[in-house]
Design a protein around this ligand. Structure first.
Ligand code: SF4
Length: 222
Protein backbone atom coordinates (compact mmCIF):
# COMPACT_ATOMS: atom_id res chain seq x y z
CA UNK A 1 0.00 0.00 0.00
CA UNK A 2 1.54 3.42 -0.94
CA UNK A 3 2.67 5.49 2.04
CA UNK A 4 0.57 8.54 1.15
CA UNK A 5 -2.53 6.36 1.10
CA UNK A 6 -1.71 4.96 4.56
CA UNK A 7 -1.16 8.50 5.89
CA UNK A 8 -4.46 9.62 4.40
CA UNK A 9 -6.29 6.64 5.90
CA UNK A 10 -4.79 7.32 9.35
CA UNK A 11 -5.81 10.97 9.12
CA UNK A 12 -9.34 9.98 8.12
CA UNK A 13 -9.91 7.75 11.17
CA UNK A 14 -8.14 9.99 13.72
CA UNK A 15 -5.70 9.19 16.53
CA UNK A 16 -5.74 5.74 18.11
CA UNK A 17 -6.25 7.17 21.61
CA UNK A 18 -9.60 8.58 20.51
CA UNK A 19 -10.59 5.38 18.66
CA UNK A 20 -9.76 2.71 21.19
CA UNK A 21 -12.82 3.05 23.46
CA UNK A 22 -15.39 3.09 20.62
CA UNK A 23 -13.58 0.11 19.05
CA UNK A 24 -13.83 -1.82 22.34
CA UNK A 25 -17.48 -0.82 22.92
CA UNK A 26 -18.58 -1.87 19.45
CA UNK A 27 -16.67 -5.16 19.52
CA UNK A 28 -18.11 -5.91 22.96
CA UNK A 29 -21.61 -5.49 21.52
CA UNK A 30 -20.80 -7.45 18.36
CA UNK A 31 -19.07 -10.36 20.12
CA UNK A 32 -20.86 -10.52 23.45
CA UNK A 33 -20.03 -14.24 23.53
CA UNK A 34 -16.27 -13.68 23.07
CA UNK A 35 -14.52 -15.94 25.55
CA UNK A 36 -11.78 -18.51 25.68
CA UNK A 37 -12.70 -21.54 23.56
CA UNK A 38 -10.76 -24.04 25.71
CA UNK A 39 -12.87 -26.14 28.07
CA UNK A 40 -11.71 -26.54 31.67
CA UNK A 41 -13.20 -26.86 35.13
CA UNK A 42 -10.32 -26.03 37.47
CA UNK A 43 -7.26 -23.76 37.54
CA UNK A 44 -5.05 -26.78 36.91
CA UNK A 45 -7.13 -27.86 33.89
CA UNK A 46 -6.90 -24.30 32.56
CA UNK A 47 -3.11 -24.33 32.83
CA UNK A 48 -2.77 -27.73 31.16
CA UNK A 49 -5.21 -26.80 28.37
CA UNK A 50 -3.31 -23.63 27.56
CA UNK A 51 0.01 -25.51 27.58
CA UNK A 52 -1.44 -28.09 25.19
CA UNK A 53 -2.88 -25.44 22.87
CA UNK A 54 0.51 -24.39 21.48
CA UNK A 55 0.65 -25.09 17.72
CA UNK A 56 -2.80 -26.64 17.54
CA UNK A 57 -6.47 -25.66 17.59
CA UNK A 58 -8.61 -25.23 20.69
CA UNK A 59 -11.08 -27.76 19.26
CA UNK A 60 -8.33 -30.33 19.08
CA UNK A 61 -7.23 -29.62 22.65
CA UNK A 62 -10.83 -29.92 23.92
CA UNK A 63 -11.14 -33.30 22.23
CA UNK A 64 -8.01 -34.56 24.02
CA UNK A 65 -8.68 -33.02 27.43
CA UNK A 66 -12.17 -34.47 27.69
CA UNK A 67 -10.58 -37.82 28.57
CA UNK A 68 -7.32 -36.49 29.94
CA UNK A 69 -8.96 -34.59 32.79
CA UNK A 70 -10.85 -37.65 33.93
CA UNK A 71 -7.58 -39.48 34.37
CA UNK A 72 -5.34 -36.67 35.65
CA UNK A 73 -6.96 -34.60 38.39
CA UNK A 74 -4.06 -33.46 40.59
CA UNK A 75 -0.48 -32.42 39.78
CA UNK A 76 0.70 -35.72 41.31
CA UNK A 77 -1.33 -37.71 38.77
CA UNK A 78 0.78 -36.39 35.89
CA UNK A 79 3.92 -37.65 37.63
CA UNK A 80 2.47 -40.99 38.74
CA UNK A 81 2.53 -42.47 35.22
CA UNK A 82 5.58 -43.05 32.99
CA UNK A 83 6.31 -40.11 30.65
CA UNK A 84 5.48 -42.35 27.65
CA UNK A 85 1.96 -42.85 28.93
CA UNK A 86 1.32 -39.12 29.19
CA UNK A 87 2.89 -38.70 25.75
CA UNK A 88 0.35 -41.16 24.36
CA UNK A 89 -2.51 -39.43 26.15
CA UNK A 90 -1.71 -36.02 24.65
CA UNK A 91 -0.30 -37.30 21.34
CA UNK A 92 -3.09 -35.78 19.21
CA UNK A 93 -2.19 -32.21 20.25
CA UNK A 94 1.22 -32.49 18.51
CA UNK A 95 4.69 -31.75 19.90
CA UNK A 96 3.74 -34.33 22.51
CA UNK A 97 7.30 -34.98 23.76
CA UNK A 98 8.02 -31.31 24.46
CA UNK A 99 4.58 -30.81 25.97
CA UNK A 100 4.92 -33.86 28.22
CA UNK A 101 8.28 -32.61 29.47
CA UNK A 102 6.86 -29.14 30.14
CA UNK A 103 3.73 -30.47 31.87
CA UNK A 104 5.66 -32.85 34.11
CA UNK A 105 8.23 -30.18 34.99
CA UNK A 106 5.44 -27.75 35.76
CA UNK A 107 3.59 -30.26 37.95
CA UNK A 108 6.76 -30.96 39.90
CA UNK A 109 7.26 -27.23 40.54
CA UNK A 110 3.61 -26.72 41.49
CA UNK A 111 3.96 -29.44 44.13
CA UNK A 112 7.36 -28.29 45.31
CA UNK A 113 6.90 -24.52 45.39
CA UNK A 114 3.19 -23.74 45.24
CA UNK A 115 1.45 -26.30 47.42
CA UNK A 116 0.03 -27.98 44.31
CA UNK A 117 -1.87 -24.81 43.30
CA UNK A 118 -1.63 -22.71 40.15
CA UNK A 119 -0.05 -19.33 41.00
CA UNK A 120 -1.65 -16.11 39.76
CA UNK A 121 1.24 -13.69 39.52
CA UNK A 122 3.01 -13.43 36.17
CA UNK A 123 6.47 -13.78 37.70
CA UNK A 124 5.42 -17.08 39.31
CA UNK A 125 3.65 -18.40 36.20
CA UNK A 126 6.72 -17.55 34.10
CA UNK A 127 8.91 -19.70 36.39
CA UNK A 128 6.98 -22.84 35.40
CA UNK A 129 8.87 -24.99 32.87
CA UNK A 130 7.54 -24.52 29.33
CA UNK A 131 5.27 -21.62 30.32
CA UNK A 132 6.07 -18.63 28.12
CA UNK A 133 4.59 -15.15 28.26
CA UNK A 134 1.56 -15.94 26.09
CA UNK A 135 0.54 -18.96 28.19
CA UNK A 136 1.09 -17.04 31.43
CA UNK A 137 -0.98 -14.11 30.13
CA UNK A 138 -3.89 -16.35 29.13
CA UNK A 139 -3.88 -18.17 32.47
CA UNK A 140 -3.64 -14.97 34.55
CA UNK A 141 -6.45 -13.35 32.54
CA UNK A 142 -8.75 -16.37 32.89
CA UNK A 143 -8.07 -16.47 36.61
CA UNK A 144 -9.42 -12.92 36.73
CA UNK A 145 -6.07 -11.21 37.20
CA UNK A 146 -4.82 -10.07 33.78
CA UNK A 147 -1.33 -8.61 34.04
CA UNK A 148 -0.67 -8.23 30.35
CA UNK A 149 -2.43 -8.59 27.00
CA UNK A 150 -2.34 -11.87 25.09
CA UNK A 151 -0.90 -11.42 21.59
CA UNK A 152 -1.57 -14.27 19.17
CA UNK A 153 -1.74 -14.24 15.40
CA UNK A 154 -5.25 -12.67 15.30
CA UNK A 155 -4.40 -10.03 17.90
CA UNK A 156 -1.27 -9.11 15.97
CA UNK A 157 -3.05 -8.88 12.60
CA UNK A 158 -6.01 -6.89 13.88
CA UNK A 159 -3.91 -4.53 16.01
CA UNK A 160 -1.89 -3.71 12.92
CA UNK A 161 -4.89 -3.33 10.63
CA UNK A 162 -6.67 -1.14 13.14
CA UNK A 163 -3.56 1.05 13.37
CA UNK A 164 -3.03 0.33 17.08
CA UNK A 165 0.58 -0.70 16.52
CA UNK A 166 3.13 -0.51 13.73
CA UNK A 167 5.50 -3.21 14.98
CA UNK A 168 5.77 -6.96 14.33
CA UNK A 169 7.31 -8.29 17.52
CA UNK A 170 4.59 -9.70 19.87
CA UNK A 171 6.31 -8.37 23.01
CA UNK A 172 6.41 -4.83 21.55
CA UNK A 173 2.82 -5.15 20.30
CA UNK A 174 1.78 -6.10 23.83
CA UNK A 175 3.58 -3.03 25.18
CA UNK A 176 1.79 -0.77 22.65
CA UNK A 177 -1.58 -2.29 23.56
CA UNK A 178 -0.95 -1.99 27.30
CA UNK A 179 -0.35 1.75 26.85
CA UNK A 180 -3.57 2.10 24.87
CA UNK A 181 -6.19 -0.32 26.20
CA UNK A 182 -7.75 0.59 29.58
CA UNK A 183 -6.65 -1.94 32.19
CA UNK A 184 -10.15 -3.18 32.95
CA UNK A 185 -10.33 -4.50 29.36
CA UNK A 186 -6.96 -6.30 29.26
CA UNK A 187 -8.59 -9.68 29.81
CA UNK A 188 -11.39 -9.40 27.26
CA UNK A 189 -9.57 -7.37 24.60
CA UNK A 190 -7.67 -10.30 23.03
CA UNK A 191 -10.88 -12.37 22.90
CA UNK A 192 -12.62 -9.52 21.06
CA UNK A 193 -9.86 -9.33 18.45
CA UNK A 194 -9.64 -13.11 18.14
CA UNK A 195 -13.38 -13.51 17.54
CA UNK A 196 -13.51 -10.50 15.24
CA UNK A 197 -10.55 -11.96 13.36
CA UNK A 198 -12.25 -15.33 12.99
CA UNK A 199 -15.68 -14.03 12.06
CA UNK A 200 -15.05 -10.81 10.14
CA UNK A 201 -11.45 -9.65 9.74
CA UNK A 202 -10.16 -12.76 8.02
CA UNK A 203 -6.43 -12.85 7.21
CA UNK A 204 -6.99 -13.15 3.46
CA UNK A 205 -10.46 -11.74 2.86
CA UNK A 206 -11.57 -9.24 5.52
CA UNK A 207 -15.29 -8.48 5.25
CA UNK A 208 -14.86 -4.72 5.69
CA UNK A 209 -18.31 -3.92 4.29
CA UNK A 210 -19.98 -5.59 7.26
CA UNK A 211 -17.41 -4.69 9.92
CA UNK A 212 -18.74 -2.66 12.85
CA UNK A 213 -15.50 -0.70 13.19
CA UNK A 214 -14.90 0.06 9.51
CA UNK A 215 -15.19 3.83 10.02
CA UNK A 216 -12.50 3.59 12.75
CA UNK A 217 -10.13 1.36 10.78
CA UNK A 218 -7.41 2.81 8.55
CA UNK A 219 -7.23 -0.48 6.60
CA UNK A 220 -10.95 -0.57 5.73
CA UNK A 221 -11.75 -1.37 2.13
CA UNK A 222 -15.41 -0.50 2.59
S1 SF4 B 1 -12.55 -2.61 8.49
FE1 SF4 B 1 -11.74 -4.42 7.45
S2 SF4 B 1 -9.55 -4.47 7.93
FE2 SF4 B 1 -10.54 -3.08 9.41
S3 SF4 B 1 -11.00 -4.36 11.18
FE3 SF4 B 1 -12.81 -4.34 9.89
S4 SF4 B 1 -12.62 -6.13 8.57
FE4 SF4 B 1 -10.61 -5.73 9.46
Amino acid sequence: MPRSYVREARKRVGPKRARIQPIIDRLLREHADAAIALRFGTDLELLVSVMLSAQTTDVNVNRVTERLFEKYRRPEDYLAVPAEELERDIFATGFYRQKTKAIRGTMAMLIEDYDGRVPRRMEDLLRLPGVARKTANVVAAELGEPQGIVVDTHVRRLSQRLGLTKVEDPVKIERDLQRLVPREHWGVFPHLLIWHGRRVCDARAPKCERCVVNDLCPSSRA
